[in-house]
Structure formats: structure tokens, C-alpha cells
Design a protein around this ligand. Sequence first.
Ligand code: ADP
Length: 987
Amino acid sequence: MLAEELVLKQRTKILHALCSSGSAEHLERVLDILLAQGALIWEDYQNIQVPGRTLYTNARQLLDLVYTKGVDTCGLFLHALKLVLPEAQAVGLSFSESCSNLEENDERQSTSNQTLLAQRPSLVHKLQGCVDGVLEALLDSGHFSSADCDEVRLPIYTPTQQARRLLDHVRSRGDLAASVLLQYIHQKQEPGFPLNQRDLTPPKEFLKYQKKLSSSVSAQACFLSTYGGTSHMSLDDIYTDGELELAEVNAHGPLGLEDIVGLAGIVNEEADTVLVSGEAGSGKSTLLQRLHLLWARGLALQDFLLLFPFSCRRLNSEHNELSVQELLFQHCCWPDRNQEEIFQFILDHPHQILFTFDGLDELKQSFTDEHRVCCPTQRAPVHVLLFNLIQGSLMKGVQKVVTGRSEAVSPLLKKHLRKEVVLKGFSPAGIDCFVRKHHRDPTVAAKVLESMQANTALLGLCHSPVLCWIVSQCHKELLGCGEGSPKTITDVYLMILQHFLQHQSPLKSTMGLGWLQEHLKTVLLLGQLAFEGIRSTCYIFSGTDLEACGVTEKDICMVFLIKSKDMSSTHSKCYEFSHVTLQCFFAALFIVLSSNTNRSVIPKLFELENMRETGLTRVCFGACLPSSDQQQQASEKESKAAETPNLQITAMFVSGLLSQRHQNLWLHCCPSAAVEKKARQVAKCLSKGIQKHFRSIPQPVQGEKKSMHAMPDFVWLIKCLYEMQESQIAKDAMSKLEVDHLKLTYCNIGPVECTALAYVLQHLRNPVGLQLDNNSVGDVGVEQLLPCMHICNSLYLRNNNITDEGIRKLIAKVIQCDSFQKIALFNNKLTDACMQDFSYLLKTKQVFISLRLGNNNITAEGAKQLAEGLKANQTLAYLGLWGNRIGDAGTEALASSLEKSNSLVWLSLVGNGVGSAGACALANLIRKSTSLQELWLTENCITRMGVECLIQALKHNTYVTSVWLRNNDLSLEDAEEMKQLESRLIF
Ligand code: ADP
């Protein structure tokens, strides 16, 4: 196809590829190249880059212009595009074949200004890191005023944009200004004066500081804090890789630690902040700790000269306004000398500095971009600094890695992200590896693993590293409890509570249920501390706070509270719960056991209301709370969003603790009537919460199915119901749900959530379609879903990390479920190995309607096996195999097996390497079929001969309405001619 046509036909795609990230970088790089090539003249450039106009409008203007300039310009444009676009964004775009030479153009460089144009792409690159130097030279030579310099240095510009604005300004000042710039660059490039900042040798004091910082980072990072009170487990000994994925769905494989700051999956080139998100306990802090350690040892992230680690939890206690310089030096590492020089070096080399912020969700204030601070020496409240750093209005170019729970990440924050990486916890192999590292004795490890495998609900829980740690830690209790091994998250936390409390009583006097009674006082004290902390978003407690709450040294020894690590020396002896979920658990214990809590605590907890005004007087948290009332009110307002996830976890534990199964525990600890009353309150809140969801379901449009898209809180309520383990409550709640389709896409559903879902959904009265696309169900999750399969008529599991193993178990179950009719498994990890299972499903279930297996790893071999099943099936209407590798041989097998089908109406073999032999086999199917309506063959390699076969067959068929043939091996002329012959062909 001619370049002009390609530009025209792909206009929408090109616009999307250039602009959808919201960053102007791609467009500007294309313009740089076209200017250098002389494909655009300066006036064209000015007509395109109109300040204040939207990125899309500018890009459209460019497309119009290159099109009108004709085929050569279009060719150059496509080439520039190919160079500039990252692979992921170029997918689906065709670039012209004519190989233009994109070398910079030397011919037109008789003046300095012409050189600026001809060498623009490399100058933009070379100017990085020396914009300030050039500006100074231009000021000295009188070509620039300080207002000109300010304009170039505007903090809204990225370093590359600053370079471009500088070039634009210089051009407008004439040839002499241009020669000053070129001379500066030239001098810098001479030996002994390296331009590239990587080659710069940092000053001696800087190197000393680097050493000091890295040894303090290393000291902080080498032990795992959860083990602080139990054993000194070094990170090296226990660290197990978790599963990391890009939040944006794409075909990228598994990510490694270095990919977090690497190039993979960048959605906004201009942003500097990478978010690592994941549930509480998924291992976010540990992952950062690992990165810190590897950096400090020189084993990773070596592009960064300095790494400054921060904990948002600790930043909460900083009430003074600070500048960035103070923040770095006071909170991470104090330079012994030459602070100014070191800070200046940091400012001059932003790309070689990395900041990490752990636990953004634990910061008292929710992210906003209202208060702007651009100057690194300006003081501001710490959260304002942090938000400006994240946005890049401060320290632009410094990379920042931030961790936070997914639900606490607002859309506003997402706008400022370079990319989001999701930490999913351990894979099944990861669980295995962790347990073996935790138990050096292989026999013990094998036993622990065996008991996990025997209880799939528990295995599901162990995907969460924090739960995996508890289960491993409590292996004796686990191995001793046989049939009654833990099922719910509350069970697991009760196990660790018992484990550590009994660990503390050397005499082991407390067998049976008395263990709680014996330690009741400690539990209540820690519970109150935790509860008050949750209510005021406080996770670090000073010695005075503990005293005020009555917590003694003895209670601290209980390992639930550990000494808080702190890089700075300002806060002496502070404590925190060894994990935030443990704080929630203690808060829940307090709610259940205390007679002091207000009656409205439970309803407020379940409505996720700010609980601050209720009941108890605040007794502690001097370190965490702002001093004046006004400040306090402001902080209460801001902190609402940060609190919610912890309130939800606490509510989940309250549900679990108040379950009938645990009522015996409380017998001698508090009045039974009070506990029962609280349990009734919880049941009522859950039922009310679920009903509220059901009421919000809109009535279906006539003729359509009634569908419910779950709100985020729905999954949480379901999990609370599961923790309660009272089927009557689940049954009552579900009996009122009348929908045909339940949609839970992008809801962070993993194996744990699947267990809860199946527990609750099995009580539905009528079959539903269950849509779980884009979650992390995995094979273990699939297994957890089996108990509710009898109530599913369709199951959508697109993009869920499912392998042949999961499919085998799923199919073994669903062939027994009468109503099961449809399954969608697009973008999983299926191979030919599970095609026999599908074949069996098709043979056995003569009610099955729809099978969608796109974007997996199915080859001709798998298609042949599937064909066996298809031969014996008379109900399948939809078969989707888009994006596999079925080829001609597979297509031939499928086509011949479908010849006798009178149910198939829709078949997709898009992107399967189907050639003309395959097309001819499909032509035979068309000849014979009386049901097929749509055939999708886009993106294959069918030639004219194959299409002719299809045309012949269509002459004998009146049922087929369309055959899609875009992007096959056909010339435009051929396509046009064929279309005239058969209007049902779509090119
Ligand atoms: P998050 O920050 O997501 O809440 P953490 O990193 O605090 O989770 O993990 C909780 C606990 O789980 C850790 O203290 C540790 O015991 C265990 N853990 C988490 N990730 C790992 C890992 N990659 N390897 C070994 N243990 C881990």
C-alpha cells in the first residue's frame, strides 16, 4: 500500500498511538525528525505546535499536512513514527516498506540555524543535563534575558521539552545565538569535558555521602521486620519472588524487580512515578526492601547513584514544614559535610536519583494536586512535598517508586503515573519456595506443604505472603489441627495469636481454650491501641503513647508490636504492629471483647464511616496527631480515603471473630449476651449492605438481561459473609438477588475472593452468568469457584492467568452442571494440552453454546483435538479462536469437523496464520453449512486464490452474512475486484 494511503487509512490508530498516553513526547520526537529531514519547514512546525491547543488537534494538523505534502513526506512520517513509538503502541500499525534514510541531513547546514534544524533530534538528546549551562552562556553573550531563561526552565516542561524550547528560542534569536549554543555543545563533547552525565565523576564529598547512604540503607534492609520479635530472619534467606504484572493489560511476560523502573509498560513517558500496587500483605514493603538492599550492594538499579527510601507511615509523624533538601537529609541520611554541594549535584543529575515511598495509603492525607510547590528549597508540609514529587512539579526527572493498596489509589493520582505494576503475591511455585526457605528441615517443609495442599481454601489464602508467613510460622498448630485446619483469614490470625501468646508462657499452663483468658489484659490493651490507631490513621506509637494506653514492656515483648525502623535519628524508640493487618485484627478483637465501645461502633464500621467522634477519649498518639483543633479537623477530612481499606479489613475480622464457630473462645472473656448482640449487629449490617447493592441494580432495558456490575464494596461484603461462615446468613442475603448476569471485572479477585464468592453465590436461586474478566483468579481460584458452578450458565474468565491445570479441574466439574453453556477464556495460558478436555466437554454436553479461547497458545495439534469434539456436538453456536497459531492444518481439521454442524453461527480464526489452503477448507464448510452467519478471517495470510475459493462457495450459500478479510495478503486492487464479485466479503 502507498504511504499516503497508509496514513489516511490508519489515521485513527496513528492519532491514538501518538496521543493516548497524554504525553506530547511522541509527537514532538516525530516533529524533530521531520524537521531534521527537511520534510517539514519551520513554518509548518509552528502551525502544528500551537501553544495551548490540545495534543490531538496538533497531531491531526500534522497528519493533514503530511498527507497534503504527498507520498514522500508520508513515507518519512511513517518511518519517523516507527522509530518513535514503543513496540506496544505500534502494534496493529503498518508502516510503509520504502526504506527512507533518516540520517540527519548535512546538505542544508550552511548557517548555524540550519544546523540546529538538521541536527535537532541529536541536539535534544545532547542538551539533556546541560540546558542550564547553555542558558548561562546565552545570558553572558547577551542573546537571552533572564525572562527567556525562566521560560525555558518552566517546571511544567520535561527535560526533553526544556531542550526543545531552548532550541526554539535560540532559533528566534538568530544565527549568532545558534552558534553560541553549538559551540557550547561542541566544547562539552571534547575529551576531558564529557557531556554525558553518566561519565561525570561526582565530587569526592558526594561519593562519601553515597557510601554513607548505602550502608545505612543496607543496614535497614537486611532483616525482615515481621520476624523482628521471633528470629532474625535475613531478607536474603527468606525473600521469595512475588508475581508482578503490569496494570495495563498487555502481552508482556512476567516482570522482574528491575522492570519496575525499566522501560516495560510505560503509559506516560513524562511522568516519573511508578506505582507498585497490591493488597495489604501482598509483599509491597518487602519488595521495596529487597530493591533497597540490592541497590545498596551494587546488585541492581545501578543507574541510580543515590536511593532515598521513605516510609509514608513515618512521614506522618513529621509535623514541621520541610524543604526537599531537609526531607532527604533529615529523613534518610545526613551528609557529614558540604550539604549544599551534594544537594546541588542531586539537582543537576535528577535522572540518577531514585526516591521510594512505601505505603502511600498509610499517609494521613489523600493525594491531591491542589498545592503546587516547584522549588526544592521552599518549605512545605511533608505530604505537600510528597504529592509534588509524585506529580513531578518538584524534582522533575528523579524517578519515584511508590507503593500502595490498589483501592487507595485515586484516578487523580493515576494521571501522574509513569506506569502501575501490580504485585499479586506468591504464585503456587512461590508458596512452595517460601515454605522451603522458612523451614530448613525438608521433612517439616514437606508436611506443611502437604497440609496446605489438602485444604485448598488455605492454599488460596497462602497466595498472600503475610498469610503464608503466618501459616508457616504456626506450622505446629497447623499440623496438629487435622480436619479443623484454618479456612478463613480470621482463623489464620487466631492461630498466630494463640501461637505467640502461648509462646510467651513457658509453662504452657494454658491448654484448651483458656489461653485467651490468661492473656486477656494484654489483648485488650493492644486492641485498644490498635483500635485508636485505626480510628486516627496512626500506625506508629511512641513510648508515651504506649504508656498512656497502659501497654507495658511485657506486652511489647509479645512480638505483635515491633520497634519501628527509622532512617533518621529524630524519633527515638517508636513501635508499630508487625503488619498493618495485625493492627486491624487487634482492633477487631477490641471491638468484640471490650465493653467500653460505643454501640454504634459496629454499624459505623460497616458503613465505613469516620469513627473518630465515637466513644473513647483519645489517650495517645501525641506523635501522630497534629496539635491544633483546626489542623486536626483538616486532617480528619483529608484522611477519610486513606482509612477505608483498614476499616474494611477490621470489619472483616469482626465478622470472623463473631462467627458461631468462635463463640466458645469468648466464654470466659466477656458476657455471652454482649457477644451475641454484636454478632446480630454484624449479620444485620451485612444483610443491609448486600441489599443496598441489590437495590442499586437498574431495571433491564426491555429484551435484555438483568445485569449487576459489582461495586468495589460488594466483594468486601462477600468476604465478610465468608468469614462469618454462617450459611443461613449467606442464603438469606442471596435469596433476594435476582439478576441474570453478575459482573465482577477488574475487582482484584484472587483465590481468596473466589472462595468467598463461591461460598455465597452457591445460594443463588437462579443460574447466572458470572463475569470475572481481568482479575487474578489463577488455577487455585478456579478450583475455589467449583462449588458455585452449578448455579452458573456462563463463565467469563478472560485474562486471569489460568493454565491447562485449572481447565482440567473446571471441565471435570462443569460437565456435571446442567445449566452450564458458555465459557470465555481469552488471554490465558492455555495450550494444546487442554484441548482434549474441551473436546470431551463438547462431546458430553449437548447444551453447550459458546466457546471462546482467543489469545492462548493453541496450535494445529490442539485444533485437531478440538475438532474431534466438534464432530460430536450439535449445539455449539460460537467458536472463537482469535490470536492462536492454528494455521492451515488446524483450520482444515476444524472446517471439516464443522461441516455437519447446524448450530454454528459465528466462527473467528482472526490472526491464526491461516493461508489459502485454510480458506479453501473453510469454503467447503460454507458450501455445506446452513447455520453459519459470520466468519472472521482478519489478519491472516490468505491470498487471492483463497478468496476466490470463498467466493465460489458463497455462491451456494445464502445464510452467511459476512466474511471478514481485512489485513490478508491481497493488493488493494485485488480486494476492490473481489468485493465487486461478492459484497459479503469485507476488506
Ligand atoms: P505489604 O507491604 O504489601 O502490606 P509486606 O511486604 O509488609 O506486605 O509483607 C508482609 C509479610 O509477608 C512480610 O513481613 C513477610 O513476612 C512476608 N513477605 C512478603 N513478601 C515476601 C517475599 N517476597 N518473600 C518473603 N516473605 C515475604
